[in-house]
Design a protein around this ligand. Structure first.
Ligand SMILES: C[S@@+](CC[C@H](N)C(=O)[O-])C[C@H]1O[C@@H](n2cnc3c(N)ncnc32)[C@H](O)[C@@H]1O
Length: 225
């Protein structure tokens, strides 16, 4: 993709997500409901962490105490999952392409002194301090990124920041019959099992486990080699 087209795509991601955040951030973060109370919205983040993180602490913590771990989140949205992560781990750093999402997440997490939120450029992690992370997580974010190139760039960036052996657990769109359009920021680029494995190897990860190949929520466990 040439520079101008790529720049336009990043601007569109930022603008579309800002617009969604202004319209009804919580709905676009989790479309199960149009009107979420604070309590319900953050409970849904706690539930996601209970299902995806607390059931998988061996792979995630690898013997470290959660309170001593520094965690990275890509696509924090309105802070639903970020808040639950910050209650569990020592430090959480989270990025999102939408300044409006980051503003709403920052308001929701103002009591959470161990959570650090950044608006990023939609493709890399240069806004995050260049320190070592113990675990990286992303849920329902890459499903919305219409470019495999951008997703792979994030995987490469997470590799740069993780300590050796650490896990990046994330989801991509696994339903390969749907085709992402470059200017559609809702439907992300899909990955087959083979494409996901090849991406892991190109970026220096061991693609150890996967779940949901062929489905909308294709979860991947990439361990930094
Ligand atoms: C469906 S929401 C999920 C938010 C959060 N992960 C959660 O589960 O509560 C998707 C989020 O991804 C963000 N996003 C979309 N494209 C992105 C990109 N290229 N880089 C960073 N964030 C992005 C959106 O702004 C939005 O906040």
């Amino acid at each position: 993709m040439n520079e101008t087209v790529a720049k336009k795509q990043l601007e569109k991601m930022r603008d579309d997500w800002d617009q969604r955040a202004r319209e009804n951030a919580r709905y676009y973060v989790n479309t199960e409901k149009t009107a979420w109370t604070d309590e319900e919205f953050f409970a849904s983040g706690e539930q996601l962490v209970a299902e995806e993180i607390l059931t998988d602490m061996g792979n995630i913590c690898q013997g470290k105490a959660p309170s001593e771990m520094r965690v990275l989140e890509i696509g924090c949205g309105a802070g639903r999952v970020t808040r639950a992560l910050a209650r569990l781990f020592g430090e959480v750093h989270a990025v999102d392409v939408s300044g409006e999402m980051v503003r709403q997440a920052s308001a929701a997490l103002k009591e959470q002194r161990n959570a650090f939120l950044y608006q990023n450029n939609g493709r890399d992690l240069t806004v995050v301090p260049d320190v070592e992370f113990d675990f990286a997580f992303s849920s329902i974010v890459f499903q919305h990124i219409p470019s495999r190139e951008i997703i792979e760039n994030y995987v490469r960036e997470v590799h740069r920041l993780l300590r050796p052996g650490a896990l990046f657990k994330f989801q991509v769109q696994g339903a390969t019959e749907v085709e992402a359009q470059p200017d559609d920021t809702w439907l992300g680029a899909s990955f087959s099992e083979q494409q996901a494995n090849e991406m892991a190897l190109r970026c220096g990860f061991d693609p150890r486990y996967r779940y949901g190949a062929g489905e909308q929520y294709f979860t991947l466990w990439f361990f930094k080699r």
